[in-house]
Design a protein around this ligand. Sequence first.
Ligand code: MG
Length: 372
Amino acid sequence: MISERRPLVILGATGTVGRQALEILRKTGSPLEVGALSAHRHAEALKALAEACPGARTYLTSREEERGRLLEDLRRGDYAVCLNAVVGAAGLPYSEAVLEAGRTLALANKESLVMAGGLLTGLAARTGGRIVPVDSEHSAIHQCLTGRRPEDVRQLLLTASGGALRDLPLEDFSGVTPEQALAHPNWDMGPRITIDSATMMNKAFEILEAWHLFDVEADRIRVLLHRQSVVHSMAEFVDGSILAQMGPPDMAFPIHYALHHPERVPSPLQGFQPELFRKLTFEVPDPRRYPALALGWDAARRGGPAGAVLNAADEIAVQAFLDGGISFPEISTLCRETLEAMPALPSASLDDIHAADAWGRRHARGLCTAPR
Ligand code: MG
């Protein structure tokens, strides 16, 4: 099969995705060999993980000089694949460094594409770097589109679980508590993404991710509520044929795929068992239940750093909701108001993106504390 060993860098190794990646590599006959691991703060956990990866370098990025060294090493490109599983906007400079080096970026850091998708895809096109998404929906579409020409695609269909509040009566939304919104029916994830799933802001971000990754206009990206979370997304072609990718709701699959693309490396993961699902359902999401969803198309239409502004506003709004400062419906309202107030801002460099992020945070914070 595959003969030579290829070095892999895992950023955010102590987090859920990082650990899952290491677990997958341990269980499969992967040609990848861990050459470096990073964590932000968990020094002990990082050391423990590195012990199982002989020869791997480690970087603790809360230390300024180690962070600098990591960025330098990423730009030097002494590896084949880098898995970016850093959480939040902090992951962005690493994505840029990997693509600058023309290497493969297995991307689990959502913010990279949401905040700076145009910048990163432009960079990849110049250097020959490649972005392989780890997000399950984009992994599905990536699998459906591999080997196809862009002009063959009619539309993309992103599926959404609908989150924790998909069956809550609309009149109860103003009284939703953080505990209610955090009880996701299918996926086990961190608090912010679970809230983003309940508002469908997560899907709004995924519209932006898909728009950047697959170069399909945002109005040719549709969203369907799919309660079972086994069809991870679909691509429709100009001849009317639709391809879907299926699997259990388990991030191990898209991680395994992204690490090894374009190869299919055998794994012991148990595949999707169709006989366990006698019924698969697809619904058009109700915009009254999910007002945040429209902000994905809106941000794409606005272009520039609108994704960075929307992401910043959402981070502030979700935290304010979790802290009891604003109601659940106000998360979406506050994000919409921030996006609508966005002035013309540049987005040509990471500094521009960070400035837009800072503007979005400031504005959203102001709205959180303003009397409503
Ligand atoms: Mg997703």
